[in-house]
Design a protein around this ligand. Structure first.
Ligand SMILES: [Zn+2]
Length: 380
């Protein structure tokens, strides 16, 4: 990825470029920013820039052998650490076991990902992933080899707040005595969860949320969203470009499927098998991905109904029929049942992603939804 491929974030880019120009490249940097700020993409583009054989003042060339390998995320001197976990089919897992999925996801999402995307990609939605000690050992071993082809070897550690306690001393040791010509680029969202000993050894690169007008412009210019719609989405996305893109896609989807959601929920409310079946048949008629997207949309609407229930209608940015519908269902989506709705929808999304039987999962989900809709609010 070249710097120009990353929308916005001009301040960070020029700060990074200036450091290279003035030969002040710090060996350990922490790219810290909220979700959807493109900090991972910035770290990778920066590493590509530093190693480009023909870089200009403001970007890598994109065509030299180093850039070409970087753009495939397959440069032999570019190493990644990311949170993983064992899977049924995989014990003693290491990052290398997931490298194909990692590259695929990054290339597909233009490096703008969050942990949910990653867990979904590697089918580990219900498990807690960590950066483990085995991977830290592997990196130490790789870096002990003297020969390498690029100017700098680069280790990018994504979501360093997930560093497991037994892995921390290993990473610390290597950050304290970094091998020559090696850059460590740590990427994180929550600085409170990063060990102080690690933070104190890094130079901070703060990546700020996108300003609202910038988000709007990106949606219009790069995603073909109308100006009015882009504005509404930019307000809801709260500086998170990933969320803005998801909303832009869901919004189209939502317009088509709102009626379907409404009839499904009505069926659930009446516990009418006929109506539930009718709705399920329709929204599971496409592929699994489409059904999952529908369920994500359902989650959004349930969340918005909850906001209406709590008197925060203005935060939903829904209009017309959607707004009217939310008013009607809001009394049933109260704080006692919201976690249940979320959990059951998440479970269904997970099971469908794992190739469970879609019809059984959705029927089961519908009856659970029905129960929640009839659970009275506790008098507290
Ligand atoms: Zn180049």
């Amino acid at each position: 990825m070249q710097l120009k491929d990353i929308p916005g974030q001009e301040k960070v880019k020029s700060k990074l470029l200036r450091a290279v120009k003035e030969q002040r490249v710090s060996h350990t940097q922490l790219f810290l920013g909220a979700e959807g700020t493109n900090k991972l993409a910035l770290a990778i583009a920066y590493a590509q820039y530093v190693n480009c054989k023909n870089r200009s003042e403001d970007d890598s060339c994109g065509v030299c052998p180093s850039c070409v390998k970087y753009q495939k995320l397959a440069h032999p001197d570019l190493h990644f650490l990311y949170p993983i976990s064992n899977r049924k089919d995989l014990s003693n897992a290491v990052c290398a076991d997931y490298i194909r999925e990692w590259r695929e996801l990054l290339l597909e999402k233009r490096e703008l990902i969050n942990l949910d995307d990653w867990h979904h990609k590697i089918n580990l939605e219900s498990k807690k992933t960590i950066i483990n000690a085995r991977d830290c050992n592997n990196i130490i071993q790789k870096l002990s080899l003297k020969s390498f082809e690029s100017e700098y070897r680069v280790v990018i550690i994504w979501m360093v707040e997930r560093l497991f306690y037994s892995a921390a001393p290993k990473l610390l040791k290597i950050l304290e005595e970094p091998p020559e010509k090696t850059l460590f680029l740590l990427v994180a969202e929550n600085q409170d969860l990063i060990l102080n000993t690690i933070k104190s050894r890094t130079q901070l690169v703060k990546v700020l949320p996108y300003p609202q007008n910038e988000l709007k412009d990106i949606l219009v210019a790069q995603y073909g969203v109308s100006s009015e719609k882009a504005n509404a989405i930019a307000i809801r996305a709260e500086g998170n470009l990933r969320k803005a893109i998801v909303l832009a896609m869901q919004d189209d989807f939502g317009a088509e499927n709102f009626i379907l959601f409404r009839s499904w929920l009505r069926g659930c409310f009446k516990a009418s098998i006929t109506e539930i079946n009718h709705a399920i048949t329709q929204f599971s008629s496409g592929n699994r991905e489409q059904t999952i997207r529908f369920l994500h949309y359902a989650q959004e609407l349930i969340r918005d109904a909850m906001l209406v229930n709590r008197g925060a209608q203005e935060l939903t940015f829904r209009t017309g029929e959607e707004q009217e519908f939310l008013q009607n269902v809001a009394p049933y989506i109260h704080p006692d049942v919201l976690p249940g709705f979320y959990e059951q929808l998440n479970e269904a999304i997970f099971q469908i992603g794992r190739y469970g039987n879609v019809n059984i999962i959705l029927t089961d989900l519908s009856f659970k939804m029905s129960n929640f809709l009839h659970t009275p609010k506790r008098n507290t």
